[in-house]
Design a binder for this molecule. Sequence first.
Ligand code: COA
Length: 254
Amino acid sequence: MEFPGYALRTADEHLDDIRRAAEDASQRVWPEFLRHGAVGRLHWAQLWTRFPEYQYALVHDETGHIVAIGHSIPLAWRGPLQDLPPEGWEWAIADGMRPSGRPRDTLSALAIIVLPDHQRKGLGRLMVQAMCDIGRRHGLGRLVVPLRPTLKSRYPLTPMDRYVGWRNEDGLPFDPWLRLHVRAGGSVRGVCPRAYTVEGTVDEWEEWTGMRLPESGEYTVPGALAPIEVDADADSVRYVEANVWVAHEVRGPR
Ligand SMILES: CC(C)(COP(=O)(O)OP(=O)(O)OC[C@H]1O[C@@H](n2cnc3c(N)ncnc32)[C@H](O)[C@@H]1OP(=O)(O)O)[C@@H](O)C(=O)NCCC(=O)NCCS
């Protein structure tokens, strides 16, 4: 597939540039606490060595700068789409990392980042197309996405299964990232309620959020899709994030 004005590059050929840009972008766009999930910390670095051809970037033709980065992982998972697991993102990365004798035939998205200066110009759509394209190139039949809705953090008290049903006047999803996927042909397969968990001490969470957490209870913190739970006596803080499963067909000519 062609991306006019941009080139699609994958980390099997451009590892250092893409990896450096991805680490920089991740620090800029994610709230700090999100970078401390145990499952992600266990597996993330291996994406670059085991599945570099599924880590990619869009490079602006004129400037040569990386403007967006995508992460995905192939799965040997043949289950029906209604059985996509409640552990969403954490399941996808752990399942992808598990050695499998069976052929991999499903691609799972793990993240797409459009660098802040380049957002709202339609690159998000190109990045989803590029991910489908990479799946097709490797003979994978479908793309599953444990999707983190971008505006959910403004409504942390709303349960995800209510939020996912919110629609605009045109009937499309209220959330712009979910809407983009639906416009691109994706179908919403339901909420994955335990997609991403982050646990830490009170001190750690105070550092990650820049907030004092003086006593036990629920708190809303910037960037979180749901409240965090503080247990001061146990010196522990727990955050469990729900995401939304979306599926795309990617079968077609390579
Ligand atoms: C989510 C993201 C990839 C979207 O990329 P993008 O290139 O900015 O998206 P697009 O320009 O294609 O815009 C898609 C839609 O989102 C809307 N949108 C984008 N940013 C928005 C914002 N901050 N607030 C409201 N709407 C927004 C656009 O208006 C557009 O809406 P439309 O359907 O009415 O046309 C990008 O914002 C990003 O990298 N965010 C940080 C990382 C992230 O959250 N990634 C997604 C989860 S992995």
